[in-house]
Design a protein around this ligand. Sequence first.
Ligand code: GLP
Length: 259
Amino acid sequence: MRVVILPSENDASNFAAEFISDFINNKKNSVLGLASGSSVLLTYKALIKKYELGQFSLKKITTFNLDEYLGLKPGHNQSYRHYMNQKLFNHIDIDQKNTFIPECFDSNYELACSNYESEINNHGGIDLQLLGIGSNGHIGFNEPTSSFKSRTRVKTLTQNTIAKNARFFDEAEPQPSLAITMGIGTIMEARNILLIGLGRHKSKAVAEMIEGPLSSFCPSSILQNHENATIILDQHAASDLKLNDYYIHAEKMKSKYNC
Ligand code: GLP
């Protein structure tokens, strides 16, 4: 695991955007796994800026989003399709027909989930998967105790996740309690992982992910087993790490010796 700790949310997000644009410039037809939520918002903003400055193009990119609420139509203002259009896709040169979201609008959930897995495979798998982290350690909507081998499926959200995301829904509006999410096994097959953790409210989950035991109770801890996982944190999200100073020192050595 590479752990990059930067002073502010902006620094961390700019670093993430640089990482993604470098990645795309090295492989222009990359398959990206994308996340929604607040952790990746500043990164998307920074990516749009880079695109406007002509620093990279997403014309040949294919994207697969991690998750979607079950039952929300694409036009719903809390659907992740709507989020992706508003926060990223509408502002860049991506071909929208190459953007995939795990949606299901009939009750054939199993088929929708297995089709999503097949679509990822048909595109040669995910080159770079972007992730946020829930305050309970979840990735995508893989809640605590999700199997490390799980695949794309319907998942019941925990009360904690529902409460944390309630801020996005109007009070009178019913909030979904189910979602379709890539599984942990699906995520772990991505060739590279980039996780962004911002804010003190993520510090406990971040510490468990990086320094805790491998446990399905903290789903993101599985990333310790990934060969190419980079974790980007602001100093608040990093504040509960025991080896905080070591990670900062290791990054300095990395740039000094270019390794
Ligand atoms: C949400 C999403 C995840 C996201 C995570 C963190 O519920 N399903 O994809 O990464 O939980 O959310 P946020 O970035 O808003 O804190």
